[in-house]
Design a protein. Structure first.
Lengths: 243, 402
């Protein structure tokens, strides 16, 4: 079964929020209606976002590293938000594994928000239905777009190409290859929700260099050093030529 | 015990109409609040994307839980055949239905889209405990309605034990369902406990009986009918057992959590460092709703004092609301632990304790549900014969000397 998903490389994510804003821009302009915002420029703004970046520090000051962790719906293979929905408005598509909300069937009871362990669901304060990442389902199949653009908005916007999109169940796909090669992992796999989205961990490239590798065996200076050197009070060629 | 005679309220006094008018006014204010919240959107409430269920849910769940408990008196009479409770069975069932109606109205009007009730009634996802609750609530009306019918119509009186039995079983299932809304929640640290279902059942016993006692005493005081000490003290003692049981379940719940290191964070938040939530827990739930009522119930000096009993019941109701508030709001306020051990921050309230201040419209909506419950009871007492003419000791007590 096809399972479309995002693979996010935390090694190159710089936390610029381009994915957040591009997601908001695309999805607020869609046919399903805008993603409402209230007091966007005031002290306590609220609004509906499908994608948010969390930040945490690893290590103790001063030996710390900042990790930016973009998080949207993980399109779990066992999504806990689907069985709890009383009307079946939350559902997982057979054909591509995307978890969606039928806005016309949602009664706004918000119980799915309780059930999602990743906090990926949000209520649209204006439409009063639950919303979440759709993996830009309205553009990835849009044949009027050039094929290269049939990807989620966040993937196209990421300046460091930290976001990859594809079928994680296809072993030959680029995303599967990345997961395999770079130790891709799921967020909180212990929940048994089998999130489809994967993260590639922060990784430093360390190589061990031995001291002898820093010594050049055929260093030409070695030959020069063997020539007789002038004494400290004698003129050298440098003194003669320093005009 | 002689045959019980029932009566209806005369319901012509200015006080009666004043009561109905006052309740209707609160309901109108609640309705206005609903229109305001509907029109302006979710953001005018205190609820956010972190605290998704707020004050209306506290009222709704309290009323629904109490509804099942209000049926206690009738169940003890029909299922456990205790004669002394028999005369009060009609009022008990009426109050149960009214409380459920009040709670459900609040729950419904607090939905994001109450206009889509028809969808909730026609599309069922049977894996959802929420969908099951819709069936359980509807069924409760049916079973308790049938039970009331068998109690009040002599033609079907012979079916009363069966109706009473099924209503009793159904109410246990109903409260199991309500408790399981939280018990089945694995995603948040404060829930995911099998204990939730039985704890909700015992909470229903306590809250329901407290409300029943208040309604009973008010009805008899305002109609100048006789209510004997035997009945009241029996209910008072029963209430003491229920209050103690709620305290017991609460203790076990927290002890279980404290045993698991995984839950230390949330327990520390609930019991020590949660600010307003911790205060509500210790002062509202434990002290006002548990320890003080328990002492007063068994204190020898105020044994037959109706005013004290009224105070006890009020305290249990305040404690009950506090308990639901703690379960519901504090559990949401505690952040979800996505990265245990790390300090998480974002521009979107991740990793921080979420604040909640109930807005006036939310509180008015909740009070509207209470008002509706009392309105239904007051109105039904006038149109049908629910109240025994007398509950004097000589009438109600099967052991009283004739």
């Amino acid at each position: 079964m096809t399972q479309l998903a995002l693979v996010i490389d935390l090694n190159v994510c710089v936390g610029c929020h381009a994915c957040v804003t591009s997601c908001k821009e695309w999805n607020t302009s869609g046919t399903a209606g805008f993603l409402s915002d209230y007091n966007p420029y005031d002290k306590d703004p609220t609004g509906t976002f499908f994608n948010r970046v969390q930040t945490f520090e690893v290590g103790e000051y001063p030996n710390t590293q900042t990790v930016h962790f973009p998080k949207s719906c993980l399109h779990c293979e066992e999504p806990p938000c689907v069985p709890v929905c009383p009307t079946g408005a939350s559902y997982k598509r057979e054909e591509d594994g995307i978890v969606l909300v039928d806005y016309d069937k949602c009664i706004g009871c918000k119980y799915c928000s309780w059930a999602c362990p990743y906090g990926a669901r949000e209520i649209d304060e204006n439409q009063k239905v639950m919303k979440k990442c759709t993996l830009c389902v309205d553009r990835i199949y849009d044949e009027t777009l050039p094929e290269a653009e049939r990807k989620p908005a966040c993937v196209l916007a990421c300046p460091t190409s930290a976001r990859l999109f594809g079928d994680v169940n296809d072993p030959d796909s680029m995303v599967s290859e990345q997961i395999r090669d770079n130790g891709g992992y799921q967020l909180m796999p212990e929940w048994g929700t089998k999130p489809a989205n994967h993260y590639l961990p922060r990784r430093k490239t360390n190589i061990t260099i031995h001291r002898d590798e820093l010594t050049r065996v055929d260093n030409p200076l070695n030959k020069e050093r063997k020539l007789p050197m002038p004494g400290d009070d004698e003129q050298t060629l440098d003194d003669v030529m320093s005009w | 015990m002689s045959k019980i005679e029932y009566t209806s309220l005369e319901g012509k006094s200015p006080a009666y109409f004043g009561l109905l008018g006052g309740l209707a006014l609160i309901m109108l204010l609640a309705l206005a609040s609903v229109f305001y919240m509907e029109h302006e959107g979710h953001h005018v409430t205190g609820m956010t994307n972190q605290i998704v269920w707020g004050m209306p849910h506290v009222f709704a769940i309290f009323l629904i839980v109490a509804a099942s408990g209000a049926l206690n008196v009738a169940s003890i009479a029909s299922v456990f055949r205790k004669k002394i409770y028999e005369p009060m069975a009609r009022l008990s069932a009426l109050l149960a239905v009214a409380l459920l109606a009040g709670g459900l109205v609040v729950l419904l009007l607090d939905l994001g889209r109450p206009d889509r009730l028809i969808i909730a009634m026609t599309y069922y996802n049977f894996k959802s405990i929420f969908a099951w609750n819709i069936i359980l609530y509807t069924g409760f009306f049916g079973f308790v309605g049938a039970y009331l019918w068998t109690m009040m119509d002599h033609n079907v009186y012979r079916f009363k034990p069966y109706a009473g039995f099924f209503a009793f079983i159904w109410r246990l299932i109903l409260t199991t369902g309500t408790g399981s809304i939280f018990g089945f929640l694995v995603a948040r640290s404060a829930y995911d406990a099998a204990l939730m279902a039985p704890m909700f059942i015992i909470m229903s016993f306590s809250f329901g009986l407290a409300i029943f006692l208040l309604v009973l005493m008010a009805s008899y005081r305002w109609t100048n009918m006789e209510l004997g000490d035997v009945v009241v003290n029996r209910l008072r003692n029963l209430l003491g057992v229920f209050v103690a049981s709620v305290l017991y379940f609460t203790t076990v719940y927290h002890l279980t959590n404290l045993y698991a290191t995984q839950h230390h964070g949330v327990e520390k938040f609930l019991l020590l460092e949660g600010g307003v939530f911790t205060n509500i827990f210790w002062v509202g739930e434990i002290l006002i709703g548990g320890i003080i009522p328990l002492i007063l119930i068994y204190a020898p000096g105020v044994k037959n004092s109706r005013n004290t009993l009224g105070l006890i019941c009020t305290m249990i109701i305040i404690g009950g609301m506090s308990k639901i508030y703690t379960i519901l709001i504090a559990g949401q306020a505690y952040p979800m632990e996505l990265f245990p051990g790390y300090e998480v921050s974002s521009s979107f309230y991740d990793g921080v304790v979420n604040g909640y201040t109930p807005s006036l419209p939310e509180i008015l909506l909740g009070l509207g549900g209470v008002a509706m419950t009392l309105f239904i009871v007051a109105f039904a007492l006038k149109v049908l014969r629910f109240l025994p003419v007398s509950l004097a000791d000589s009438v109600a007590d099967p052991h009283s000397a004739k």
